[in-house]
Design a protein around this ligand. Structure first.
Ligand SMILES: O=P(O)(O)OC[C@H]1O[C@H](OP(=O)(O)OP(=O)(O)O)[C@H](O)[C@@H]1O
Ligand SMILES: Nc1ncnc2[nH]cnc12
Length: 210
């Protein structure tokens, strides 16, 4: 469990946090880029990061894990294998060869779209969305919309990183939502996604480095 019974913080989180490099002014001035490639160089920490997700979803009857290109693939594929679930890649435009549906969104540093193959998920399937990081929430929102358009039941979205600069609000469907995020940590950050709403779960605090 991420949050231990005594209210303490999962000890794996500290090492995960320490393994993520923050690069100032990338890819453009003013952006503090959270780089997970440094975490991937540390197999034990990478494994812990995946296992935190596995611990959370093991008994939730999840039939599909939808991973957001590109970094959501890194955490989503081992998670899908561990859960015995299928993996659905949500890809950037013009990468998927079959028939797709598409959703556009606004990023912290630009705009983009996500596409999903039609037929990859059935109506009523229990799906989770995985990515490395949530900033504005625009990407996750596009992912939720894609899945809900084909009738999937999006149980939760989960990311390793939530950016502190968006504390107190995030932007969904292009407009500010009144979402109270208690804190942002290197852990699962989002619980209870339904339609337009992303409702933050209770977070352990790991604020000191911010
Ligand atoms: O919450 P948001 O403001 O929508 O931003 C979060 C998204 O931005 C990053 O991906 P990016 O689009 O940079 O693509 P990449 O993974 O291919 O580098 C990150 O991996 C998330 O997918
Ligand atoms: N600050 C950031 N670091 C890494 N990925 C991001 N995606 C959006 N904002 C980001």
């Amino acid at each position: 469990m991420v949050e231990e019974e005594n209210g303490g913080v999962d000890p794996r989180l500290q090492a995960i946090k320490a393994a993520i490099r923050v690069v100032p002014h990338f890819p453009k001035p003013g952006i503090m880029f959270n780089d997970i490639t440094t975490l991937l160089l540390r197999p034990k920490v990478f494994k812990d990061a995946v296992e935190i997700f596995v611990d959370r979803y093991r008994d939730m009857n999840i039939s599909a894990v939808a991973g957001v290109e590109a970094r959501g693939f890194i955490f989503g594929t081992p998670l899908a294998l561990a859960l015995g679930a299928k993996f659905i890649p949500l890809r950037k435009p013009k990468k998927l060869p079959g028939e797709v549906i598409s959703e556009s969104y606004v990023l912290e540093y630009g705009t983009d779209s996500l596409e999903m193959h039609l037929g990859s998920v059935n109506q009523g399937e229990r799906v989770i969305v995985i990515d490395d990081l949530v900033a504005t929430g625009g990407t996750l929102c596009a992912a939720i919309k894609l899945l809900e358009r084909v009738g999937a039941d999006v149980i939760e979205c989960a990311c390793l990183i939530g950016l502190p600069k968006f504390k107190g609000g995030c932007w969904l469907h292009g407009k500010p939502e009144d979402v109270s995020w208690e804190t942002f940590t290197y852990k699962l950050v989002i619980q209870g996604c339904k339609g337009d709403k992303i409702i933050a779960g209770k977070q352990p605090r790991l604020d000191e480095a911010w």
